[in-house]
Design a protein around this ligand. Structure first.
Ligand SMILES: [Mn+2]
Length: 335
């Protein structure tokens, strides 16, 4: 059943669901989406998912009609899908018994917020939601990004590990302010470590990024660090219209603890291009990986094994990264 968030019936039907599981992305947007939903379905179990593993069918055995999937690719067996990714926009597919709340909002959390704002008290989240929208929707300015708003730091602490991320989610659910969450002993430790590492992280990015044809290429694979596009484009500055971040570990699989397959993320330099980039980056993310996708200005995929210009069936090796990049640069050059 495709209703869309604009339909009150869609909201009413969604609210009547008996959700006992929430699978969400483990970034700031995914955490806020789930925290908001938990105010309505407090007993639901939260599981962090990854677009790649979800699309690869690795969560099939836990997804049923009582499952909400947020900020991640829709699953035919879920009961509720809340998303804003362009690549997940419903186009007439007929999934019985699944309520799809898809809207082109800056964040998925905004859809959850609109769904519940008249039914539970979300008034404490007004300011935080504006930042989630800015960060997930690419409208944050470079001054704001380089500033010290606590939500930026909570966003950086989120994703350090699942335990910390889950703690933050539960505190947001229970209306603790972002400032107070950062001061909790366990979180404060991570927060201070993240602050002290920020300059070193920028230095690693500076040393591992080069620019070709106004595309910044950050080779961060096997370095055990993650960076979003903002940090790369804030370091590289006006020399790039977009960036490509290579991350993960060559040879790793989704089921490996604390490692994941080598992947690429693509982001428009939104500090430079405030109302959208010069190129639909999903053309790169979906060129080799049929499971790749996201937004035109922020998307990703896995590095695929390539032989003779075609995806082949073997483990990914280090040389494949350059082969993928070379092909993406050809596509990029046609913009
Ligand atoms: Mn999102």
């Amino acid at each position: 059943m495709i209703l869309g968030g604009w339909s009150m019936k869609g909201y009413t039907d969604a609210l009547a669901l008996d959700i006992d599981k929430i699978i969400t992305d483990s970034d700031l947007d995914g955490v806020f989406t789930a925290a908001i939903l938990k105010r309505w379905w407090p007993n639901a179990e939260v599981i962090f998912g990854h677009p790649g593993s979800l699309r690869a069918g690795m969560m099939d055995n836990v997804i049923d009609r009582k499952t909400a999937i947020c900020d991640l690719p829709r699953h035919p067996n879920c009961g509720l899908s809340i998303d804003h990714h362009k690549s997940n926009e419903p186009f007439g597919e007929n999934i019985d018994d699944c309520i799809i709340l898809w809207e082109p909002t800056p964040s998925a959390a905004r859809i959850a917020y609109n769904l519940l704002k008249n039914n539970v008290d979300l008034s404490d989240l007004t300011e935080a939601m504006n930042w989630v929208d800015k960060l997930d929707g690419g409208s944050i300015t470079i001054e704001e990004f380089n500033g010290d708003n606590p939500i930026l730091w909570i966003g950086r602490v989120i994703g350090v590990n699942e335990e910390i991320t889950m703690q933050i989610l539960e505190k947001i659910q229970h209306r603790m302010s972002i400032e107070d969450i950062l001061m909790l002993p366990e979180i404060k430790l991570e927060f201070e470590e993240r602050v002290s590492k920020q300059e070193a992280l920028k230095e690693i990015i500076r040393n591992n990024t080069y620019v070709v044809d106004r595309l910044a290429i950050a080779r961060l694979e096997n370095l055990n660090i993650r960076s979003n596009g903002y940090l790369v484009t804030s370091v590289i500055g006006k020399k790039c219209d977009a960036c490509m971040v290579i991350h993960g570990d060559t040879g790793a699989r989704f089921e490996d603890d604390n490692k994941y397959p080598v992947s690429a993320s693509f982001y428009t330099n939104s500090f430079l291009h405030k109302s959208g980039g010069v190129f639909d980056l999903t053309k790169l993310a979906t060129n080799f990986d049929t499971e790749g996708g996201g937004h035109a200005n922020a998307c990703g995929c896995r590095i695929k094994p390539i032989d003779n210009n075609a995806v082949t069936d073997r483990d990914v090796v280090s040389d494949d990264i350059q082969t993928n990049i070379d092909e993406w640069l050809k596509i990029w050059s046609q913009r």
